[in-house]
Ligand binder design. Structure first.
Ligand code: SAM
Length: 282
């Protein structure tokens, strides 16, 4: 009988993926790491049974978590990524004229397995001279480091194991302290359907330290439920108000597959059910 991977969403549903082939399976100090091949999504990186990224749809999540905050900042030069071991977010971010991109990933094996089995996802990002890869805990890094950044992106797993603290108010306060004037932070904030409490908590936590908190959405086919949220905490203006011409100008030549200038604004236009659930006046 064929084997399927079940990636659980809420308490009562899961996305199921036929495993055509398993290219890698191992246990790191932090999680079980697998690379499987699915007929529709190609190679997929799976951590503790949760799909992280796939060859077929990685561009959606990575473009939306990289370019929306980076374009919302007027001139980002220094970037910090927390998590993001597959390098897909780093690869998108490096399309911007950054001076340095520091990536703090807790699990070296995620980086190594991705480079070996999914090299097209990071592309040349890990070898880019602007990249500094730090293997360590992102929570400790933001609390101990004295470095400052224009943009901080949190590309984390779900709030389990070492990622729990990446969703805490104390972490957001440390992130805020690591930002230069006008800086902003963006985090993946889960499913707006079955992780609504998580999204509310992220917004409340960021709201304690940032004057502007703005949530936007994208359709990520391989995340359970597909509809996914991201939330920005900004020290400057509202990212949603970035003019379409500015988005077009700053992403010209990027060969994007999901994000468009009109789509940038639309991503912040929350559907009424969610605006109501988040208590945002319509
Ligand atoms: N986009 C993905 C998703 O939402 O499914 C996340 C991709 S990325 C592979 C997530 C990474 O966060 C993992 O490689 C994991 O090891 C890393 N991570 C979890 N907790 C961390 C921490 N405290 N510090 C740094 N990295 C962490």
């Amino acid at each position: 009988m064929s084997e399927w991977l079940h990636d659980a969403g809420g308490a009562g549903f899961a996305h199921a993926y036929l495993i055509e082939e398993e290219l890698y399976r191992g246990r790191s100090a932090f999680q079980e790491i697998r690379v499987i091949v699915n007929p529709d999504f190609g190679r997929m990186l799976v951590l503790d049974d949760a799909v992280q990224t796939s060859e077929r749809d990685e561009f959606v999540y990575h473009e939306m978590l990289a370019h929306v905050p980076l374009v919302a900042h007027p001139a980002p030069r220094r970037l910090l990524i927390i998590g993001g071991g597959d390098g897909g977010l780093l690869e998108e971010a490096l399309k911007h004229p950054l001076a340095e991109a520091v990536m703090v990933e807790i699990d070296r094996e995620v980086v190594e397995v991705t480079r070996r089995f999914l090299p097209q996802i990071p592309g040349g990002a890990f070898d880019d001279p602007r990249t500094r890869l730090v293997i360590g805990d992102g929570i400790r890094y933001v609390s101990a480091s004295a470095e400052t950044f224009d943009v901080i992106l949190v590309d984390s797993t779900d709030p389990k194991g070492p990622a729990v603290g990446l969703f805490s108010e104390a972490f957001y306060a440390d992130v805020r302290r690591r930002l230069r004037p006008g800086g902003l932070a963006a985090v993946q904030s889960g499913s707006p359907l079955y992780q609504l409490e998580l999204l509310r908590a992220v917004r409340a936590g960021l709201g304690k330290v940032f004057p502007v908190v703005s949530t936007y959405l994208a359709t990520v086919p391989t995340y359970p439920g597909a509809l996914w949220s991201f939330t920005i905490g900004a020290t400057g203006g509202d990212p949603a108000q970035t003019p379409a011409e500015e988005v077009a100008r700053r992403t010209a030549g990027f060969d994007l597959q999901y994000l468009t200038p009109a789509g940038f604004r639309a991503a912040f236009d929350l559907p009424p059910f969610l605006a109501r659930d988040l208590g945002i006046a319509g």
